[in-house]
Write a protein that binds this ligand. Structure first.
Ligand code: NAD
Length: 503
């Protein structure tokens, strides 16, 4: 196979580096491509280009309708290139072809289009009716681009999570520097190239690669970056916040989760069992909003576990390009080892492995980063496995005594990104949902993400919201312009607080 080498995109040009990173297919451990390994100097060059582009006004002062038109063309191109983008996602982040087609890449075009349309419909300016207090005035409220944004993106959904930042940044007229994860830069690189090809001016959208603690950290602390948007681990999110505090830049964070699925005693188990597995095992559990803790009534516990094991045993692991494959690998050897260490720790703490718990048998799995779909029972909420984000195909099944206990356990977590309720009684499910401290609560489903609805976390799951009609608020500054209508010094009554008007 011919190994292709990719470069960064800075100021409209492809830029190489002295060193490179290897991009490995997680399903086979084969070398798929190489990418320039950017440095702090590349980050600085990208920020300078983004600043110059912003100040030039070629994008920042373009009419929102024109930005919307160009962005609509970008969304169309994402749709046209879906097959190529799916192939890149399969071979770089290990998504199965079904998941990549529908979720990783399938969501990308409509989500980008949502931001294109928001550029046109957003309230950029609002005249406030004449105010009589403190003095007669008219007032105008503006939303203006912030300036230079940085987007630091993880490996699990590089294209989609990149779009959640690039979309609103471009819609609002900002420039942006994108820093993908070292392992999965290719779909975002292609998106940035498409944006250029569709008419986004040089320097408005840049992509730099390289190690997070160097290149990502530089962007987070850079004095000329006005906003940093990050998705990834809570530990790095804290570090980003610290680095950004030096220049008090705007920060939005989408961090870890430990989603609780509350199965009520009136749940339809045909829906809830498959739904709970879908909520946890999709993309091998490497989704921040996965439902990784399943809370089950004590007296239904054995029945639910039996049915979970029965259904999960049928999940087919294997070739990620095969439409029949249900579950792919995890992203890296490091991630596999981390997940298996959590499983060992859970056993040590008293949990039982009723399914999986290791690397699957067979020649197919001697290469690649594989973990069996794993179900742990007798987990209690104090165990590490129930408190920490594992990011693997590991479902923890916990017992609860009554509804109040279920809600208490669901909320007893440092995270609050997602939660869910399985029940046939909607009124009851809604009442439980109202008590769950999470940014998204799904009732009788999971992973339903609509670009028109906000996404983000309570507690240590993040700061701010992506998506939804207010997504652009995170990428704009609010300006209030006060126009005095009194016309005369005598009617400037507040001036008298300092001095009497001359007689
Ligand atoms: P990470 O948080 O280390 O990496 C995410 C992004 O941040 C990458 O682009 C990385 O290059 C960059 N980065 C890393 N250190 C940085 C720093 N000091 N300053 C600036 N940028 C930095 O995630 P990971 O190591 O790939 O995964 C570790 C764990 O994080 C996972 O096991 C999982 O629990 C969690 N995670 C969560 C999400 C999510 O969507 N919330 C995504 C990926 C990983």
């Amino acid at each position: 196979m011919n190994i292709k080498h990719y470069q960064m995109l800075i100021d409209g040009k492809h830029v190489d580096a002295d060193e490179m990173d290897e991009i490995i297919d997680p399903a086979t451990e084969e070398l798929y491509a190489t990418i320039a390994r950017g440095t702090v100097e590349h980050a600085d060059a990208a920020v300078a280009a983004a600043r110059a582009a912003f100040e030039s006004g070629t994008w920042s002062r373009l009419a929102p309708s024109e930005r919307s038109r160009i962005m609509t063309n970008i969304a169309d191109r994402i749709g046209q290139e879906i097959d190529d983008l799916v192939e890149l996602e399969i071979h770089t982040n290990g998504a199965t072809v079904r998941q990549a087609t529908v979720f990783h890449v399938g969501y990308a075009a409509p989500h980008f289009l949502y931001f294109a349309e928001l550029a046109a419909s957003y309230e950029w300016q609002r005249q406030v009716p004449t105010a009589a207090y403190p003095t007669l005035s008219t007032n105008v409220l503006h939303r203006e681009p912030i300036g230079v944004c940085a987007a630091i993106v993880p490996w699990n959904f590089p294209l989609l999570l990149g779009i959640w930042k690039i979309g609103p940044a471009l819609a609002a007229g900002n420039s942006i520097v994108v820093k993908p994860d070292e392992k999965t830069p290719l779909t975002l690189l292609r998106l940035c190239e498409i944006a250029q090809e569709c008419g986004v001016p040089d320097g408005v959208i840049n992509l730099v690669t390289g190690p997070g603690p160097e290149v990502g950290a530089r962007l987070a602390e850079h004095p000329d970056v006005d906003k940093v948007a990050f998705t990834g681990s809570t530990a790095v999110g804290r570090e980003i916040m610290r680095l950004a505090s030096g220049t008090v830049k705007k920060v939005s964070l989408e961090l870890g989760g430990k989603g609780a699925q509350v199965l009520l005693d009136d749940a339809d188990l045909d829906v809830a069992i498959d739904g709970a597995l879908f909520g946890c095992m999709l993309y091998s559990g490497q989704i921040c909003e996965s439902g990784t803790r399943l809370l089950v009534p004590d007296d239904m516990y054995d029945q639910v576990v039996d049915r979970l094991v029965d259904r999960a045993s049928a999940l087919k692991l294997g070739d990620t390009t095969d439409l029949d494959t249900d579950v792919g690998p995890v992203i890296s050897a490091r991630q596999r080892d981390r997940v298996l260490t959590f499983v060992d720790g859970a056993k040590h703490d008293g949990a039982k492995v009723v399914l999986g718990g290791g690397v699957p048998y067979g020649d197919r799995f001697t290469k690649g980063y594989w973990i069996e779909p794993t179900i742990l029972t007798e987990v209690n909420n104090d165990m590490d496995v129930a408190r920490e984000e594992i990011f693997g195909p590991v479902l923890c099944v916990l017992r609860y005594s009554d509804e109040a206990d279920a809600i208490r356990q669901a909320n007893d977590s440092p995270y609050g990104l997602s939660a869910g309720v399985w029940s046939t009684d909607y009124e009851r499910a809604l009442a439980v949902a109202a008590q769950l401290r999470a940014g998204t609560v799904w009732i009788n489903n999971w992973h339903q993400i609509d670009p028109a609805l906000p996404f983000g976390g309570y507690k240590q799951s993040g700061l701010g919201r992506e998506l939804g009609q207010h997504a652009l608020d995170e990428y704009t500054e609010a300006k209030h312009v006060h126009v005095d209508l009194t016309q005369t010094l005598e009617r400037h009554i507040f001036d008298a607080l300092l001095s009497e008007p001359p007689s």
